[in-house]
Design a protein around this ligand. Structure first.
Ligand code: NAP
Length: 285
């Protein structure tokens, strides 16, 4: 068994990004600007946003956070997003989710133009992904997983990939990205019957559920490649969806939690922001 080291892959991607971003500035005078919008005082969201700001700074992306009041109205929030959508200096817009309950996040996210949607959540970007259109902005967590698999030279073409979880931010785009890579894809969810019969068929097993140790060693075959996006905090400790200790005895490659998928997500946000700026420069050349 070999561990997929998400921290190391993430670090080397960030080093490369730093150089590419510096080159964009040197060659075209282009600086990258990311607007991060956060509503309210959710402590977890505040930590995520701080981490994103720090990561941006490290690679040379200029990011600024717009902190809005918890009680902001839908119209006020939408006006704020529209302002950055129309600003040609802004390359990427990120609205930190979840929003407070009185706000409709779908309507807010729809205001972000596809090319500035660095989270890759927009209807347009998901539609483009479904059509295997390379101009799509790919959502960060599944895109990070594809990068991890490629960094470890995992053969994807013709392999049976089983994705457990069908959320809009991980499971569904993950399945589409694997299909784009010529995997044969099966998607499982909470209503799937005989989950273990299906996971046992997986050459590549991706878990994005949010249930500690849902996947046990009897649910995988020998030699499987396992990627665990799950983040389950129990008594202050972080666990994945996979029982790492036992499953790693059968897997050929496996991501740990923490240190696997997690570090890649912010890196892919940086990468998407870089791509957004680069595409803008190329269009205006
Ligand atoms: P989510 O929106 O809650 O979706 C969970 C999915 O798991 C749903 O599709 C659900 O099925 C399915 N599911 C629930 N119980 C199941 C079961 N017993 N068997 C099979 N499938 C089951 O969660 P998410 O946002 O995709 O996140 C999933 C996990 O990934 C969480 O732990 C989250 O913290 C983590 N995550 C990590 C990162 C990262 O950067 N590392 C980023 C995003 C998310 P139904 O559709 O039928 O309800």
């Amino acid at each position: 068994m070999k561990i997929i080291d998400g921290k190391a892959v993430s670090l080397s991607m960030r080093e490369e990004l730093k150089e590419n971003i510096a080159e964009l500035k040197e060659k075209y005078g282009k600086t990258l600007n990311l607007a991060v919008i956060i509503v309210g005082n959710d402590p977890a969201s505040e930590i995520y946003v701080k981490n994103k700001e720090k990561a941006c700074l490290e690679v040379g992306i200029s990011s600024f956070t717009v902190k809005l009041d918890e009680n902001i109205s839908q119209a006020e929030l939408e006006n704020e997003v529209k302002k950055y959508a129309a600003d040609s200096d802004i390359d990427g817009i990120l609205v930190q989710l979840p929003l407070p309950k009185h706000l409709d996040s779908k309507s807010v996210l729809r205001l972000i133009p596809d090319e500035k949607d660095v989270d890759g959540f927009s209807d347009g970007n998901i539609g483009k992904l479904a059509k295997f259109d390379d101009s799509a902005v790919f959502s960060c967590t599944p895109f990070g997983i594809i990068k991890l698999l490629k960094a470890y030279n995992v053969e994807l073409c013709g392999k049976h990939a089983v994705v457990v979880g069908r959320s809009n931010i991980v499971g569904k785009p993950m399945a589409l990205m694997l299909l784009k890579e010529d995997c044969t894809v099966t998607v499982c969810h909470s209503k799937t019957s005989n989950l273990s019969d299906i996971t046992r068929q997986a050459d590549i097993l991706i878990c994005a559920v949010g249930k500690k140790h849902l996947i046990t060693e009897d649910m995988v075959k020998d030699g499987v490649v396992v990627v665990d996006a799950g983040m389950n905090r129990v008594d202050g400790k972080l666990y994945g969806d996979v029982d790492f200790e036992k499953v790693s005895e059968k897997a050929s490659l496996i991501t740990p939690v923490p240190g696997g998928v997690g570090p890649m997500t912010i890196t892919m946000l940086l990468y998407n922001t870089y791509l957004a700026g680069k595409r803008k420069v190329e269009v205006n050349k």
